[in-house]
Design a protein around this ligand. Sequence first.
Ligand code: G6P
Length: 609
Amino acid sequence: MCGIVGFVGRKEAAPILLEGLRRLEYRGYDSAGVAVYGSDGLQVVKTKGRIQALAEQVETRGGLNGSIGLGHTRWATHGAPSDINSHPHVSENGRIAVVHNGIIENYAEIREFLESTGVHFVSETDTEVVAQLLEYYYQGNILDAVTKALHRIRGAYALGILCADCPDRLIAARKDSPLILGFGEGFHVLASDVTAVIEHTRDVCYLDDGEIAELTADHCWVYDAYLRPVEKEHRHVDWEISAAEKGGYEHFMLKEIMEQPKAVRDTITPRIRDGKVVLDELEFSPEYLKNLDKIYIIACGSSYHVGMAAKYVLERLLRKPVEVALASEFRYCDPIVTEKTLALVISQSGETIDTLAALREAKRLGARVLSIVNVVGSSIARESDGVLYTWAGPEIAVATTKAYSTQLAVVDLIGLAFARAMGTIGEEEYAKLLAALEDLPRQLEEVLSHREQIQYLASIYFNHPSVFFIGRNLDYAVGLEGSLKLKEISYLHSEAYAAGELKHGTISLIESGTLVVALAGCRPVFEKTMSNVVEVKSRGADVLGLTIAPLEEAVGKVVDHTLTVPETHPLLLPSLEVVPMQLFAYYVALMHGCDIDKPRNLAKSVTVE
Ligand code: G6P
């Protein structure tokens, strides 16, 4: 989704902005632009398409001179991707440039008002309204104009503003869309995401909702919405820049798939001490947990699929009802939430706007919120009562892999810790599950060592236009993620079904040559699943089976090809089964020549509703 980078200092801004934008490419975008102020005044270059096209246009102009500027990658919402709709947007008098992430909800009303005063708009965007409104309110003090404009607009925004009348400073403002400030010797940066600026500084702070910042080369002031000064806490970003680089792999996605053993190890090891799961970060008493009426899991996309697996795991371990809701639905379904409800919010980015809004709704209704988040200091992490970080490191490919796996591992840790506190697990079962969890990283390495076999099977099946994933119980939860991985990066039609549900309609789509990926690793429902596999096989489907090693022979008798993972504790099965599904999707997409790390129309972090 949209990305922002800003720089003010003593060096040429344009190369820094362009490099920052390149680092934001992974978020997904369709156009890009920069505005730089220098001896030639305010210079703006923007274009539909890739950063490379933008860089070429900048070069054709002979570069942009000036040591202050803003850059933006746009993911179209209001108005199609086009040169004109790209950011920065400039006010009619050409003196105020704005970049924006988010959506201005009342833009139409403000636009109508401004047009009635004679303002001419050039784009179809909601963002241009901000630039024009700033000009309307500007009477020599840009901060005053910003506060007036912000009191008038509704919606979500991270804003970067550059005014030609005060060309030594950038103004930034945030509500519901992430924005960070970075501090350096003789410069300041702002960005929607640390990856854009990590090359220049690791000393950052996160703007909170309603805050406004003013940045010059040597100073940074942060204010609240009424311009009262605010003290901000600095944070140190401690991951290496190489973590956000491909490190010899063809794609970030493959690199991140291969990093899963380490990511899972880093996530679980610090939380296991003396044969026990220790979640120091949390303050939920055993009484509180025992009295829970429900756990409501809230998430989007792949994080929602982790929630689907978590339902099976947590209900089994905690004997409490677990409901899983898509964040975008939760807010508007009049959810039944009480003070005894625990909302478990799952989000890699910690910034997905639907998830954030649902979190706030759950809190408003009285729930306590525990979140599982990968990005430290993100909005969801900050607004939760408790947060368990997944130590996956930065995830760059749009299609999530290592974040999914570490989220699952955190769910297992929660299951173990809470079950012990609530007295719903016996010592022996606890020890078995914990030992299996500790063995996961090694088993993940084993699964990854067979990736050539998966590549071979992808080469057999990549041409099937339509793929169904079927499974029961935890196999079904993994099927949902396997299907999403395949469709998001290879653009093949794919659906996931609970295997027993297929006969209630969808089986009519199965015919000779349809590819069915049958997940059959769940022992308690194995025979039932295999009956469903026989049903599709006898209707002509090509079937690729996925199971645990001890069941390989039984599955192999029915299906065309079989993939296996090592046996683990039954509740941990998804952690292993998901990996061949990720690799299968990856190799199929590779064979189709798709843009794997930046699939069309998708964004890494979805900050619009
Ligand atoms: C986007 C991404 C998905 C992700 C979903 C939820 O759609 O492309 O990979 O699962 O957002 O994101 P979150 O950051 O909240 O986990």
